[in-house]
Design a protein around this ligand. Structure first.
Ligand code: NAD
Length: 268
């Protein structure tokens, strides 16, 4: 069978380079190409050199439409504005899209949902197997414990991360809210500072740490009087997200249009 041709938009980013390497290392997959935003210094340079992959003989491009047309699936770990453009183009070409970008606002979420009516999209704030298991466990534990247990979500990432709390932290909060049977946005406690007053019962709190080159740590704390349960995942290498993204791209082959999650890909 022919290799599945996978394109990477945002190919010189921290995730982009990892994605290229993972596609190249995965049996049955081939790199279809990579793009960057037109003003990026990497455009026109050698894609193989960028990714540390031999024998590619492809330049870094800036034409996402052409890459989508030439690919069996495209991986997007960029910024929300670019992701929306890529999703619209993918809807036109019918190319399956894997979206890992976080930090989208409500209008951008709606644009991605609309694109998913015309093509198959996997979207997840975190593509690692471990975090997806953590999401399931969080939902289950939250369903078993009552509001005597305060839920706090703690995350730490590298100093370059631009959105907070992380998309994964928010997904964990949503899993906790779903398990408890409450609306997430009404329960969320974000940005504590100064005289905050006592903690409201039933709230889902967030705490954010930034520093160093931490790839991504997430803990969900269930704290009652005199006892505490903590569920923790620590990512040591971006390869775990890249492996999940490539797995999603392969799973998407032949799927009908729709918006899917890693739960679908992993069968959890
Ligand atoms: P990064 O800043 O290193 O990379 C983003 C890349 O996208 C940059 O190279 C940038 O030039 C490029 N880009 C921006 N606009 C573009 C456009 N119009 N066309 C093509 N390329 C464009 O960031 P990163 O650390 O690689 O993270 C990227 C995103 O992925 C973030 O939202 C991050 O939170 C998310 N992320 C998700 C997961 C997951 O498992 N879902 C894991 C890690 C990171």
């Amino acid at each position: 069978m022919a290799d599945v041709r996978i394109g990477v938009v945002g190919c010189s980013g921290r995730m982009g380079v990892n994605l290229l390497r993972t596609v190249a290392a995965t049996p049955g997959c081939a790199i279809a190409g990579g793009t960057e935003r037109p003003e990026h210094a990497a455009v026109g340079s050698d894609l193989g050199t960028l990714a540390g992959v031999d024998g590619l003989a492809l330049p870094v491009g800036d034409d996402a439409a052409a890459l989508l047309a030439a690919s069996d699936a495209v991986l997007d770990f960029t910024v929300p504005e670019a992701t929306v453009q890529h999703a619209r183009l993918a809807a036109e070409t019918g190319t399956p899209l894997v979206i890992g970008t976080t930090g989208a606002d409500a209008a951008q979420d709606a644009a991605i949902r609309e694109a998913a009516q015309a093509t198959a999209i996997v979207r997840a704030a975190n593509m690692s197997v471990g975090v997806n298991l953590l999401l399931q466990l969080t939902r289950q534990v939250a369903a078993l414990l009552d509001e005597d247990f305060d839920i706090e979500i703690v995350e730490m990432h590298h100093r370059y991360k631009v959105d907070a709390p992380s998309g994964t932290a928010l997904a964990l909060g949503q899993a906790a809210a779903a398990g408890r049977g409450v609306g997430h946005d009404a329960a969320a406690l974000r940005g504590r500072d100064g005289i905050t007053g006592e903690r409201p019962r039933g709230g889902i709190g967030y705490a954010v740490l930034r520093g160093g080159n931490v790839v991504g740590d997430h803990s969900v704390v269930f704290a009652a009087d005199n006892e505490r349960i903590e569920l923790t995942h620590k990512a040591a290498d971006r390869a775990i997200f890249a492996r999940g993204a490539v797995r999603a791209a392969l799973w998407l082959q032949g799927q009908p249009p729709g918006l899917y999650g890693m739960k679908d890909v992993l069968g959890f």
